[in-house]
Design a protein around this ligand. Sequence first.
Ligand SMILES: NC(=O)c1ccc[n+]([C@@H]2O[C@H](COP(=O)([O-])OP(=O)(O)OC[C@H]3O[C@@H](n4cnc5c(N)ncnc54)[C@H](OP(=O)(O)O)[C@@H]3O)[C@@H](O)[C@H]2O)c1
Length: 294
Amino acid sequence: MSKTVVITGGNSGIGLAIAHDLAERGATVCLACRNQDKAVQARKAIMTRTPGAKVELYDLDLASFDKIHRFVAQFAQRHDRLDALINNAGAVPMRQQFTAEGFELQFGGNYLGPFLLTHLLLPLMQVAADEGGVGRGDARIVNMSSIAHNIGRMDLDTAKGRRPYRVLPAYAQSKLGNLMFSMAMARKLPKGIVSQAMHPGGVASPLYRDLPGWQYAVMKPFLIGPERAGQLAGELALDRTRQGDTGGYFSIQHPRIISSTARDEALQEALYQQSCIWAYTQPLAARVAQRMAA
Ligand SMILES: NC(=O)c1ccc[n+]([C@@H]2O[C@H](COP(=O)([O-])OP(=O)(O)OC[C@H]3O[C@@H](n4cnc5c(N)ncnc54)[C@H](OP(=O)(O)O)[C@@H]3O)[C@@H](O)[C@H]2O)c1
């Protein structure tokens, strides 16, 4: 049976490379994107490279809790299980912006939106995880972090805005959040669902479109194409050899250095609990307890 994978931001850059890889592995690729014109173009490109690929398009803006809920409702109308979720989408706005709920856009859209999305999709992942008996199946979450997490600080007081706004600390914090979330989830998830994180390398992509031209010119010679990141994410999501592995951090190009802040389990827990409150979602332990009692 074909595996079903949701990938956020799968219409551009690294996400599109991941979508190509997933299609080549025979998955049903669900592109969850905020720009549907680009999503249609992406589907065309995937079907051209992989004729017969199964590609579905969904509308998703991670900067709105309401839109995240609507996406999950729409997805659940078509699917009763989910094998893998790739939290790839991310943005680097040069000027301070806010999500629909008033969170600073990088914290809210790059970190908190994926936090909520993951929790809402867990019941469908649980179905894949319980295939063949409770916890005997295989469901996976892949979180796109960055080497930039190493310069990030987790300052929860900045969640609703920074004064002054500086783009790099905000980005680094959001990528630190992705990694801390991934590691916390690896401890909390029930058997059969795993959580991995990765840094895709310095990749030439539209992510850097708003950088001043001279800055991009300095970086450009060091950037690589998105293909290797696409392969690694595809492997983490679907390859048999990776089944059961959890809590890892993978990196293309660079040594896999995880900052001491990211490793701090007490801080991971504080971030996790506060994020449950912000996103109005139930902590995982309570959900699992409920499921066991049912
Ligand atoms: N490129 C690098 O060197 C690098 C290095 C480390 C980590 N990363 C991470 O890799 C991931 C992919 O980046 P990329 O380089 O492929 O950049 P990209 O080409 O700009 O792709 C980012 C994707 O995320 C989507 N997105 C952004 N905000 C969103 C939101 N609120 N809701 C839904 N979708 C949203 C974008 O949609 P739109 O097209 O509508 O903007 C786009 O599809 C990001 O998480 C980034 O932090 C990249």
